[in-house]
Structure formats: C-alpha cells, structure tokens
Unconditional design. Sequence first.
Length: 251
Amino acid sequence: MDADKRQAAELLAQEAGKFEIELSETQISKLLAFGELVMEGNKRLNLTGKLDWPTYLYKHVLDSLSVLPYVEVAGKVLDVGTGAGFPGVPLAIARPDLHVTLLDSLRKRIEFLENACSELDLPVELVWSRAEDFGRSQGREQYQLVTSRAVAKLPVLLELCLPHVAPGGLFAAYKGPDVEEEMAEAGYALEELGGELVQMPKIQLPQGYGTRHLLLIKKVRPTPQGYPRRAGLPEKKPLLGRNPERKREHI
C-alpha cells in the first residue's frame, strides 16, 4: 500500500469511529479500492466532481455511511439515482448482510458500477431504469430502506422514492445544510405518498467538508397506485399542493 492510501486508510478508520461506525481492515481496503476505481473512471466518464483522497473519504464515503447509526435495517436496500455509487456501494461494503440494489437512469454509470462491483466481488444488484418506471413495476414497495443523495428537490424526490419503500420501511434523503424551504414545500407530497418524517439528524462532516441533514421518512401508509406518475411528470409538475388538475394526472 502506498503512502497516500495508507494515510487514507488511517483517516477512514479514525473518522468512521467518530461516527460510531466500525469498519474492518477488509472493508476499509474495499472502500479504498472503490475510490481508486471511481477516480480512474472519472477521467473517462465524468462520474462525479473532482476527487482526491480527502474529498472521497469525507464528502462521499463518510457522508454515505452517516445514515448507519440512525437506522436499524435488515433486508433489501435501494439506492435511487446512485450516480457513481453513493451511498449504495459504501453501504454494501459496510453492511454485507444487506441486499443492495443500485438504480440509475444512465447506462454508462450502471456499466461502470457493474465492472467496479465485479472487481470488488461485491454482490449488489444493478438496475438501469428511471425511478418512475421501476417504481411502477417490480420495484414497488419492495425495500426496507431506500436512499437517495443529491438527486432532486424533496417534493420530486418523495415521488421518485417513497413508492419503492415497503410499508413500515424508511426513506433516507441525504440533504445539504438548508432544508427548511424544501421541507415546507414537501408537506403535501409527504402526506399524499404515505410518508412521515420521523427524524432529521444534522451531520457535520470532518475537516470543513460541510453540514448535511438526513431526512428519515417512515412509510406509514401504502403509496396510492397512481404514483409515481409517468416518467418526467414528477419533475415537470411536482406535488406541491392540493391542485385538482395535478390530481387528475395520475388517475
């Protein structure tokens, strides 16, 4: 292991411990190997922003794993709009007991993740699909935990993600420091889609990498059959209120 990777391994073990997350040497090794694959893939595919080891460790890995102390989950996990594999791949590495599915609408990302996960011997499921299409078919209400990070504003995100959550399960939305406006806009969508906010921990990432909020939303009722609406509608006409015209669109 070169000096940069050795230092990265030490930092990851140290900072994960502060988050009350225990990682074995094998798990740390896999997380670092995934970082190398993402950095290399970034040169060809523009998977994420500019990466160095601190950015990868703090902004991506620790941010991804920050949900673990707040949820007791077993079974199936779906990462919607996984992009370069965050938070789904770090969660799959840290919790090998979970059955993790990575969902993305861009084929190049799924192909990258297929190769990366094969190289890491990581038994995840990969799905190339829009969230709306998957949520209207085999992915509907099948997952105990659904995650999404930096995909869309909350009213849209709720429609893309809550239909996948099994009743009694959780949706974890990874959000930035300013969530009040999004929360205010999302009240109708939350009620309409069967969700209830149960916790909103504030996460301070190390070394000045920013403040995050985790919105932990429980599925308290089945999502009505009309949701999610067909592909594109959640973004074009988000569920912002009791508008009869919008109501007719999904019937």
